[in-house]
Design a protein around this ligand. Structure first.
Ligand SMILES: NC(=O)c1ccc[n+]([C@@H]2O[C@H](COP(=O)([O-])OP(=O)(O)OC[C@H]3O[C@@H](n4cnc5c(N)ncnc54)[C@H](O)[C@@H]3O)[C@@H](O)[C@H]2O)c1
Ligand SMILES: O=C(O)[C@H](O)COP(=O)(O)O
Length: 409
């Protein structure tokens, strides 16, 4: 194995929440052996203790990486969300410390779309209640409130990667698709965008939420929206637990104002499989409750493990930040025969000219330079002759505005 700037066995990788083994395999193949693998999320105090000497942390949707946690993460170089959502990470806190955050924006979208369709079919047939009745020894053979999904209207809220994929599959099953999104989106197939949420709720037989957790989506679906749904309609939420007001949904269900619901995500979720799941929805047979498994298929998890570990390996070995969600994106060529310096700095006037002046004053020739900035930070990557990297690193660390700086070879 070739010599590298930081011995790979010293790069500590902390993987939480049982990310797929494909990630571990990938890291090991790339020469990273210092891996701690934990199956659950950790309580805050243990998380801070573990993250204190980690260079990379891999999480899923349950682990909250707050400002406080980042403050304890002295050595952290990058974060990998082995999922789509990144709302559990304080992206600004990460950015201000020069820490890129990666995720897997596509790998589990199909799994979510399939689950939602399956739930729609089961709920429109009243299967969850009929199943519960049979399990208790009853027999409820009736066609009352039992419908085909063919010809029904699916109302999708949030027409992104999941919403649009769901739209295509639903049309193939003979459904009519309408959607609402804050952004004007190109409808796929025969789907059409409506102008408001109210318009969607008036028409939809199935309402399915596919928005990210943001300030604008927090509790966006409450008493008022539930009241506007058709009495024969159902609600599906496989987005984030804070999007739907669960108490209001429980009230609506107890008043039998909608036919049923399928909920995969909750405002508070157990940390692991040993903790009790507590929810006012447990009492309703016409609600499908699933333990946040929308993206939990083997196919999706294998792909996510590979995708996110690959992004970290590229960043660690080569400096590339392509597809980081909070960080200037730089795609870099291989750096054979040169040493590569990564310099992350506050985006204030003068940093770049200070860097270039410094190189010129010290007679250090630049073989390649790549720069990308956002409104907060700048990321400059400089390839230089091997003989000069130690001096360059020392000088660059003194440049005002430097957040972090390291060399790769
Ligand atoms: N249950 C699970 O296991 C699971 C799996 C994957 C993703 N998710 C969740 O699903 C979310 C959506 O995933 P995606 O890949 O489709 O994301 P995406 O970013 O591709 O799409 C989100 C869409 O929502 C729209 N949007 C944002 N705010 C809105 C608002 N207030 N009203 C209407 N539309 C709004 C956006 O414009 C975008 O089109 C993720 O952020 C994640 O939280 C859950
Ligand atoms: O954001 C996501 O991709 C989903 O919520 C899945 O999260 P998970 O990895 O915790 O199952």
């Amino acid at each position: 194995m070739s010599t590298t700037s930081l011995d790979k066995s010293k790069i500590r990788i902390l993987l939480l929440e049982g990310v797929h083994q494909s990630a571990v395999d990938n890291f090991e193949r790339a020469g990273y052996s210092n891996i701690e693998y934990i199956k659950t999320a950790l309580p805050d105090d243990q998380l801070k203790e573990k993250i204190a000497d980690a260079h990379f942390v891999g999480i899923r949707s349950r682990t909250q990486l707050t400002e406080d946690v980042f403050a304890a993460a002295n050595k952290l170089m990058a974060v990998g969300c082995f999922c789509i959502g990144t709302n559990q990470v304080d992206l600004t806190a990460a950015l201000s410390r020069g820490i890129p955050v990666f995720n897997a924006p596509f790998s589990n979208t199909r799994s979510v779309a399939e689950l939602v369709l399956a739930e729609a079919i089961l709920l429109l047939r009243g299967i969850p209640e009929k199943n519960a009745v049979c399990h208790r020894g009853g027999w409820q053979k009736t066609a009352a409130n039992s419908f085909e999904i063919r010809g029904k209207t699916l109302g999708i809220i949030g027409y992104g990667n999941i919403g649009s994929q769901l739209s295509v599959i639903a049309e193939n099953l003979g459904m009519k698709v309408i959607f609402q999104d804050t952004v004007t989106k190109l409808p796929l197939g025969n789907a059409s965008q409506v102008n408001s949420l109210d318009e969607l709720l008036e028409q939809a037989d199935i309402v399915s939420l596919h928005v990210p957790e943001t300030p604008s989506t927090k509790y966006m679906f409450g008493k008022d929206q539930l009241a506007k749904m058709k009495p024969t309609s159902i609600l599906i939420n496989a987005s984030r637990g804070t999007v739907v007001d669960i108490e209001a949904l429980a009230q609506t269900l107890s008043e039998k104002k909608i036919l049923g619901a399928a909920i995969d995500v909750f405002p508070v979720e157990p940390r692991g499989n040993d903790e009790e799941f507590v929810s006012p929805l447990r009492e309703f047979d016409n609600v499908i409750l699933t333990p946040h498994i929308g993206g939990s298929t083997l196919e999706a998890q294998v792909n996510i493990g590979g995708e996110v570990s690959e992004k970290f390996i590229k960043y660690s070995d080569n400096g590339s930040t392509i597809s980081a969600v909070n960080f200037p994106e730089v795609a870099l060529p291989v750096h054979d025969n040169v040493h590569r310096i990564l310099h992350i700095h506050q985006n204030v006037p003068g940093v770049l000219s200070n860097i270039n002046n410094l190189f010129s004053a010290n007679n250090i020739n630049i073989c390649g330079q790549y720069l990308q900035t956002n409104n907060k930070i700048g990321y400059v990557v400089i390839d230089i002759d091997k003989a000069h990297s130690e001096l360059a690193l020392e000088k660059l660390r003194e440049v005002e505005g430097t957040i972090r700086c390291r060399v790769l070879y």
